[in-house]
Design a protein around this ligand. Sequence first.
Ligand code: SAM
Ligand code: SF4
Ligand code: SF4
Length: 361
Amino acid sequence: MKARIIPIVRSVRTTLPPGRDLVAPPEGELLDLRQRRVRDLRISVTDRCNFRCVYCMPKEIFDDDYAFLPRSKLLSFEEIMRVARIFVDQGVEKIRLTGGEPLLRKHIENLIEQLAQLPVEITLTTNGSLLRKKARALKDAGLHRVTVSLDGIDDAVFKRMNDVDYAVADVLDGIAAAAEVGLAPIKVNCVVKRGANDDQILPLARHFRGSGHILRFIEYMDVGSSNGWRMDEVVPSAEVVARIHAEFPLQAVDANYLGEVAERWRYADGGGEIGVISSVTQAFCATCTRIRLSTEGQLYTCLFAQSGHDLRAMLRQGAGDEAMRREIAAVWRGRDDRYSEIRTAATILPGSKVEMSYIGG
Ligand code: SAM
Ligand code: SF4
Ligand code: SF4
């Protein structure tokens, strides 16, 4: 049966507020088919995780029988460094380590120490469970900032979301540890799933108001094929902002730079800033400058891609830097992705989309 084509996106963000215009890219800059620069490289360092968040790694699928990648298939730190260096030479300004849970990768601080030699910002997204233990080593290795995921401030709700009985207090302690060593400003990400944790929007806002940490609400996305995503479980960012605004008046803040995914708001009374990431209801593909390197060295030009470009094979077959550079440039130049702009009933049918825990969020 032919799928009905139902446009889901409500609006497409293509412009920036006044005064934040697109700066012309330097001559010779790598541009894709939609004139977008490559600016952010996200590197997944493991496909494993100690949480089983219901929207990411549901227990029923990511169980004891799940085939995680064997060690031999993971890119080594040396291989990651080679790819990262080539990307930085091609214009990348920010590197984010992710996963799976990146702090589960053994000796991650050694990789950070090497990456920190590059003239770019190095950040990491984590569930916070190992932050208390690792924050100092991460900071000393040269990590600049962390983003910590936290889907509720009520223990029962959070435990249902992470599905491994992990307590809120331990994540808060991880955030405190990161703040103590100066991995700031810390962003705290909450994925909102209607009926599961949308009752946490206000309690989270109350908790982080005035803390100096930037709380951001992310629309639940149809990444991967295992989370059983449904549109009616998405809480549009406009609704999140309206709910908070009703208790704490908010004012819009200009984007920091072109392609910033979060829409920024600040509390009118000076209680700090929050952000919303509207990947579903307000697509930002037009300014998407991100590329992803999977744990096993596949290069993905979109979070929703169905296949990647195998860099590990090239690396292990002894390709030189120039050949790697040409390959990477060709992948970016051929990039035409804009999944969130064209998301339809057809594209969200269960299929072979790659999992978030594999590609890296
Ligand atoms: N384990 C780390 C963590 O949770 O922060 C890093 C990897 S996780 C895949 C990166 C980010 O993706 C997290 O903030 C997570 O909440 C978000 N994420 C995962 N699945 C998602 C989905 N279906 N929709 C929206 N965000 C999602
Ligand atoms: Fe693990 Fe992060 Fe996915 Fe949660 S969102 S299951 S912490 S990888
Ligand atoms: Fe970028 Fe793909 Fe997300 Fe669009 S859907 S913003 S192209 S990663």
